[in-house]
Design a protein around this ligand. Structure first.
Ligand code: PGA
Length: 261
């Protein structure tokens, strides 16, 4: 039976006060859903407040990025151990980091290793741009991002890794990939690469989230696909009812999975 993982990435939105209000609205809607892993990533400064607010709710809190060096003269950066002191997981390689802040597959890999070393769970984001998609390069790009991003990661470490497939053209555009197209990338490209690197048993357990314009309306159809194991949600995670709607869709599909198996 699948256990879906739905994570809300709040990006650079919400002050601490606004984050508290949003979480106050969200938690009652999420109460009682215990068959889905639920998480949010606020800005660094709001992480402690959200950890406090989500304590004993089952909602995990994570950071949106970290730096690979342990300490030192790196103004503005936050080290893995500093993130791990406060919360449980981190996102690395988001396309906005790649686009605006010079993130490469190599730096994704360095961040991932630093995060795993201190015991964080990690969501590794990959996904092709519109130009790459239109040029038929989706499989090639995803393969390169995954191979280089996960280089040197062991089967045991992979237990803490989730992959988020986020086609760049689908992020924040209202134009989600079709469930079939997303599933094809998950099933035919990503999962086989995970099998090759980590073996079948581990690869089967690893969650592959889809991200890019996921809404409460399209979530059920996405989660019904064989290899879509959750979602990384941007815009829709900034509204309590739409995020809760996505989590509920995952919960319902998980219940249907259980009945079917
Ligand atoms: P979106 O963002 O849901 O607003 O498209 C997804 C993401 O960037 O993770």
């Amino acid at each position: 039976m699948r256990r879906f993982f739905v994570a809300g990435n709040w990006k650079m939105n919400k002050t601490i006060a606004e984050a508290r209000d949003l979480m106050n609205a969200m938690l009652p809607l999420l109460a009682g859903i215990d068959n889905v892993d639920i998480a949010i990533t606020p800005v660094y400064l709001a992480v402690p407040a959200m950890v406090e607010q989500c304590r004993s709710t089952g909602v995990k809190v994570g950071a949106q990025n970290l730096f690979w060096e342990a300490s030192g003269a790196y103004t503005g950066e936050v080290a893995a151990a500093m993130v791990a002191e406060v919360c449980d997981f981190v996102i690395v390689g988001h396309s906005e980091r790649r686009k605006y802040f010079g993130e490469t597959d190599e730096t994704v890999n360095r961040r991932l290793k630093a995060a795993l070393e201190v015991g964080l769970e990690v969501i590794v984001c990959i996904g092709e741009t519109l130009e790459e998609n239109e040029a038929g390069l989706t499989a090639a790009v995803v393969t390169r991002q995954l191979t280089e991003g996960l280089a040197g990661i062991t089967e045991a470490q992979a237990a803490a890794v989730t992959i988020a497939y986020e086609p760049v053209w689908a992020i924040g555009t209202g134009r989600a990939a079709t469930p079939e197209d997303a599933n094809r990338v998950h099933r035919d490209v990503i999962r086989p690469l995970l099998v090759a690197q980590f073996g079948e048993a581990r690869a089967e357990q690893m969650r592959i989230q889809y991200g890019g314009s996921v809404t409460a309306e399209n979530a059920h159809e996405l989660f019904s696909m064989s290899d879509i194991d959750g979602a990384l949600v941007g815009g829709a995670s900034l509204k309590a009812d739409s995020f809760a709607g996505i989590v509920k869709a995952a919960s319902l599909v998980a219940i249907a999975d259980r009945r079917a198996s």
